[in-house]
Design a protein around this ligand. Sequence first.
Ligand code: ATP
Ligand code: MG
Length: 593
Amino acid sequence: MTDIQKESFARSSARIYMRLLGYVKAYWVPFAISIVGFAIFASSQPAMAWVLKYFVDGLNTGDNALFFGVPMIWGFPLFIIAVAFYQGIGSFLGNYYIAKVSLGVVHDLRTALFNNFLTLPNSYFDAHSSGHLVSRVTFNVSMVTGAATDAIKVIFREGLSVIFLFAYLLWMNWQLTLVLMAILPVIGVMVNSTSKKFRSQSKKIQTAMGDVTHVTSETIQGYRVVRSFGGERYESERFGKASENNRVRGLKMTRTGAVYTPTLQLVTYSAMAVVMFLVLFLRGDSSVGDLVSYITAAALIPKPIRQLSEVSANIQKGIAAAESVFEQLDEEPELDQGTLEREQVSGQLDVSDLGFVYPGTDKPVLMDISFSVKPGQMVALVGRSGSGKSTLANLIPRFYNHDDGQIRLDSVPVEQYRLRNLRHHIALVGQNVTLFNDTIANNIAYGDLAGAPLEDIKAAAEAAYAKEFIDMLPQGFDTMVGENGVLLSGGQRQRLAIARALLKDAPVLILDEATSALDTESERHIQAALDRVMQGRTTLVIAHRLSTIEKADTILVMDQGRIVERGSHAELLALNGYYARLHSMQFEEEKQG
Ligand code: ATP
Ligand code: MG
């Protein structure tokens, strides 16, 4: 590193640390109490050394010596107990209140991170693995408190102890003590050199931990695929590698620390040896008690100094963790520059010259898309897999921002609506159904719909043709569905998702392959239900099975991001083009199947 780099590195550490302290600011009262506690604790440190002086001298002068006007035999024990009591109170106040601060900071940071997740754009989740994000909330945040509070605890407790002990030593024999102080810079230099190594290594170990979480959660979530495709060995090796990586890095970090601490100890003990020599050399007219007391106090110093030296590693670790936490907190939230809020929209949807490229890629996924849907109309999107149907559906509620062209809802470009308001008007059933580990009723009435009357939930379930199977479940609407609904069949999950969308009763309804997992019988029922709910609202249906969309007002046939044909079912068949081919192919399949 050049000097300039070093400087900016130090500055950024300082900035991160200051920002971290900003979180501590909210807890300044318990923080102040804990510092007072540590000060009490530290001030008791020289007391024992001090009492030894009188004890040893008292032994020489005989049993009648007085201590605080009390015979020595009572005075010393009582004094020692009193010191222990005083120290105990300090220790309690310090530790308890600093814990209050640190747990508070963990809570605040964790909550801030979690709430930040709720504002990030879709593309952020596309680009980051969930394991790393989860480990940031659980692991990194608690590492951060190492810097925010544990370090402060040591700095104040041990730092003040050192100050009090030095003050005592200076008072006892200042010449000797000055010699002792000359050794401090040596220790300082050593501390500095190792701390940097620690910081880079601890950042690496965090990434390694993220890999472990990532592989684990992926395997757990995908255990069916792992088993049925014989992926056990691959996953086991992948995990083994990640875990091994973590082990090696952890060991490396410990090794740095393990070499560092004893080296430092050697330095301090050599310093002690020099002190011993000097004490004997410079003893002058000091009494035996003075010498014993001096050496005792001096011997108490290495331990706090060693802890102080470790503090910098602790701070570095915390700063590395804090850096990644703040990095995420600084991520741009979903773009929401719209100001318009409409209580109600009619659902008129106009798309013109729409083009789209996924962020971070350069291949256009949608080109020159134009179409209009009037309220009460149904538009169907068909086309090969990968032709861009889901992408188009996701642009309407602005899960991604389009670059070219316009999407207008009630003649207003969708960017001009406030995001929440825009999404309020759209009910989307995605290709991948997401259910929460909660009851059926709570899954249908999710989010803004929470607290909807049970009759409405039942009506929505009925309309989605889900009530029949729900009534057969042991606890009906109160049945828990398991993580992401594993306790339900694919078709059942889809019907719950449709029920959720129907309960939302939004003027724009988007169904992305929503009926693909249903048998012909259920599909027919849902079709009938949809016919009913489509009245007066705009419906966009994406389907592979053409039988579901024959009644659509307009069918848009997509291929490689463009609309290649459009018209009604009959018109498209008459055209005898792309759609007609798709149709005859599926017709053949169904006849055979
Ligand atoms: P299917 O019928 O299989 O659902 P689709 O028509 O819905 O297909 P899209 O999901 O819209 O297809 O995908 C269109 C193209 O965009 C594909 O080539 C895909 O690789 C790409 N794509 C999809 N999602 C992303 C994403 N999050 N980031 C980058 N590219 C993506
Ligand atoms: Mg799709």
